[in-house]
Design a protein around this ligand. Sequence first.
Ligand code: NA7
Length: 535
Amino acid sequence: MPYDFDALIVGAGFSGLYQLHSLRDQLGMKVRVLEAGAGVGGTWYWNRYPGARCDSESHSYNYFFSKDLIKNWEWSERYPGQAEVLRYLNYVADTLSLRDDIQLNTRVVGAAFDDELCGWRVTTQDGQELTSQFLISAVGCLSSANIPSIPGLDDFRGQYYHTGTWPHEGVNFAGKRVGQIGTGSTGIQCVPVIAAEADHLTLFQRTANFSIPAHNGPMDPDLREDVKKNPDFYKELVRSTTNGHPFRIAPRKVSDVDEQEQTEIYEKAWAKGGLRFRAAFEDLLSNQEANDTAADFIKAKIKEIVKDPETAKKLADIDHPFATKRPPIDTHYFESFNRDNVSLVDVRARPITHIDETGIATTDGHHEVDIIVFATGFDAMTGSLLRMNITGSHGLSLAEAWSEGPKTYLGLQVAGFPNMFTLTGPGSPSVLCNMPVAIEQHVEWVTQCISFMKDNDLGRIEPEAHQCEEWAKEVNKAADATLLPKAKHSWYLGANVPGKPRMFMPYAGGFAHYASICDQIAQENYKGFSFSRRP
Ligand code: NA7
């Protein structure tokens, strides 16, 4: 074999673990996973911030490919917390004996396709060079932490942390004044937990956000047993829905019901909580008027919960339609503003000017803090791929190829980058989905594709360039059929990272529909991909 490995996989989260298992144990390939962290788990290894919890329901947030894995695992809560998901992924790594083929503490800093070798030369931070026929990126969509470049941060004499690279030993907030920047899903989870511990929490809000109560609690034992007894039913359910979640969107439009019934439906959905709220009507994400009814309902709830009218007004002053940014779910987020030790600063109205030795300055004053928490998100979907300095055929860098935004075929491959697969890459449903469902579909598709290549003695695969152009149009068309592009400051568009090209990145046409397109292409002998034998 001219290569060190048949396949190198970057990342040991949900996607890397399953991809290793599939290629090694189903296709008998020699595979190594390279993982920057000191343990497996990906997102769940890094994101240890206070309150970190999954917003998919536990019984759908696991692999479905193995009934044994389902039977022998017990989720304890409706939504799994970070530590529990991490334990789950360690359980998978042990049960499937994956650890021997995972190289931890190994960050990939370069990957170049060598045409003569017909494979990849991958360089690690500690100077190792490894070759492989296939390079599979399993780096996740939200792993490249984004700390905004606010002048003066280096002068700050306290501590600061980004939620996505949280210290393993935790942070002691007792007796501290904390400044938190960011009100996305992460920030909304942090607030109640930090507020309960800290002396004072000042939240710097640039964009007010919708949030639905999670109503987390112990896992329903009947549901847990039912999933173990009927795993195929749940697998089929999550794979047949728009977002890979274990519930169906109600087949009714807002206009099908009168105002009173509408309110009753929203009240019920609010009481049930979680992402299911979005499924109350089928046109919430496609019809502005329908969306307004949900938005108005949530804004009224915010004003009902938050006692101080000024604070409530700032929290409810939301500039985008409901669910056009990733919709957070929370545990007592809005209630936290009724505490005496929590204050809200509107930095849209009065922007942060700089950070100095003792705190955060805005245009209307200075806020003394001991700790700054950056819940400021990620260079999403492309950041971690670009950070690997990938160079394709004929020396083309991925950064050059994507200078106007990421173009892929199905989110799985990039023209000019042969034998590279991008699991949950830009152009696939990924972040609009319950991730493990999107991941399983991608891993299985890639495994079948490589199996097809082996069976047909093919050594090289890449998409035809025009297919990537066409798919980019499809991705745009799918987004334009929804209200999603109306959130102008969204990371779905790359808008949260200065200088990043604006392009709607995830495929919004629905998971089940996307999967059927991928299957169809595979059945047509991978139409749109070009293959060749190894030279
Ligand atoms: P998000 O959703 O990107 O949220 C980041 C938040 O940080 C958001 O409120 C941003 O405001 C805010 N932000 C970012 N930069 C700044 C600056 N410079 N000043 C003030 N505020 C800023 O990241 P999350 O980690 O919460 O969630 C990411 C995903 O992880 C989540 O959707 C789940 O899928 C898991 P903005 O809205 O841009 O005005």
